[in-house]
Design a protein around this ligand. Sequence first.
Ligand code: SAH
Length: 218
Amino acid sequence: MSNPPISLSFELPRRRMIEKQLMPAGIQSQHVLDAMYHVHRHLFVDPPLVARAYQNSALPIGAGQTISQPFMVARMTELLKLQGHERVLEIGTGCGYQTAILACLCQHVYSIERIEILHQKSLQNLLKANIDNTSLKCGDGRLGWAQYAPFDAIIVTAGGFASDIWIQQLREGGVLLMPEGEAGQHCLVRREKKATGIQTSYLDDCSFVPLLSGEEYG
Ligand code: SAH
């Protein structure tokens, strides 16, 4: 298939998002900026919201959930310091946008979503975006994904408290990144699993949709 006309590929809004939002806000990694430019965010939002796809805001994706604002997606990705060879576990696939950004920067992304309709939507979105180095499943991400463990990195895109299982499923030297805390007052926390124990850094204040247990069908 030939490329869409330039206006439909949102070339200018994508470039503006990089130059006017992400770079001034402190995103420095060229790899991350390139991935944010390369992945078409408008493919991951519902048609009525397409015109707002490159604003620096979270947007509804259905089932009461949101796609994170571009800055937070870039910031979390940058904090993982991916080199390209990693296998990453994501908890909270949502519409699949963060999954797509990670997929550009590592070897393979395993992603779990607890809401069936969003799981289905993310499969379609990643197909539209031509991203094929991902494995997705519907389930409770708090249980991790033992079949593919250990992971080089685990990223959680819903706010709450870390599950011990994630630390167990991280390889030594691996990183767990998640918004921790009670609803409405999360702090982005980076935990690195070292031979001597866990090294923890408390980073930005933020607010995410809640990490919940179990699955949701329908
Ligand atoms: N990264 C997503 C953000 C989606 S919001 C995106 O770019 O669109 C966070 C998602 O986490 C929601 O879809 C929510 O349903 C999901 N979630 C919450 N608790 C979960 C759990 N225990 N396991 C898997 N997914 C979970």
